[in-house]
Design a protein around this ligand. Structure first.
Ligand code: B12
Length: 211
């Protein structure tokens, strides 16, 4: 079993986007859980990619092909992780904030939230404050989830909260934030309602916020 996980991790690191679907299917066929594939192979693989990028061992094209590989693998796992048929536990609007194109973490959070029975509306990446205000007005979600991976896009999270306040909407929706540069202190500083370190914590935070 651990052999499957090691091979999938290496496929992410090496950007083997043509092989990943078959590798994931083969692991599932041999009884490896979708959760293990995500948490013990794919995410650790992306961590290695990040470290290599930081050390100038790889560059944006390699990072991109690793991301494509990750997303192809996730596409296969999505229906398995998604819970069906149960009553919705609440509605969540999710996005990556303006200026930020990273969506792997957001997509994982969405998969886990859906798996836990929430209805999730994905408004995409590079999402402007105005688009989010419109989405909250129209969809009336219980929770607005914001993802950011760049230190330069973090301030967008504060802008969203300020704009909700300015529009008299802050009381209508809880705001949950996450992404690699985000932490609990930042969440408190900008007045968010919750912060999750990973997709599993995102589910815990959403459960706590929707009572
Ligand atoms: C893949 C990747 C890319 C891909 C993105 C493809 C895609 N479709 O997402 C591409 C190649 C496009 C890319 C581009 C860039 N990237 Co990039 N990228 C990465 C990389 C390697 C992995 C990110 C990732 O997917 N991680 C895996 C997921 C599962 O983890 P995650 O996103 O953190 O999400 C988890 C948690 O944070 C949490 N979470 C996430 N969102 C939310 C939301 C909520 C509400 C909650 C509760 C939780 C939560 O749960 C998730 C699941 O567990 C990281 C390095 C790293 N290790 O983080 C760099 C990294 C983020 N990138 C970086 C940089 C610099 C860039 C570029 C500026 C490079 C360039 N010179 O062009 C551009 C910026 C483009 C843009 N405008 O967004 C830097 C950021 C540095 C910084 N401090 O700001 C990093 C850290 C690399 C580095 N070490 O320097 N990147």
């Amino acid at each position: 079993m651990s052999n499957h996980l090691e091979i999938i991790k290496e496929a992410i690191i090496g950007g083997k986007h043509k092989d990943v679907e078959e590798l994931v299917r083969s692991a599932l066929d041999d009884g490896v859980s979708a959760n293990a594939i995500v948490n013990e192979a794919m995410i650790p693989g992306m961590d290695v990619v990040g470290k290599k990028f930081s050390n100038n061992e790889i560059f944006v094209p390699e990072m991109l092909v690793a991301a494509v590989t990750m997303n192809k693998g996730l596409d296969i796992l999505k229906p398995i992780l998604k819970q069906s048929g149960s009553k919705s536990k609440g509605t969540i609007v999710m996005c990556t904030v303006k200026g930020d194109l990273h969506d792997i973490g957001k997509n994982l959070v969405i998969m886990m939230l859906e798996g836990a029975g929430f209805d999730v509306i994905d408004v995409g990446v590079d999402t402007s404050v105005d688009k989010l205000i419109d989405a909250v007005k129209q969809i009336k979600p219980d929770v607005l989830g914001l993802s950011a991976l760049l230190t330069t896009t973090l301030p967008e999270m504060a802008k969203v909260i300020q704009s909700l306040e300015a529009n008299g909407m802050r009381g209508e929706v809880k705001v949950m934030i996450g992404g690699a540069p985000v932490d609990a202190a930042y969440s408190e500083k900008i007045g968010a309602d919750g912060y999750g370190r990973d997709a599993a914590q995102a589910v815990e935070v959403a459960r706590r916020l929707i009572v």
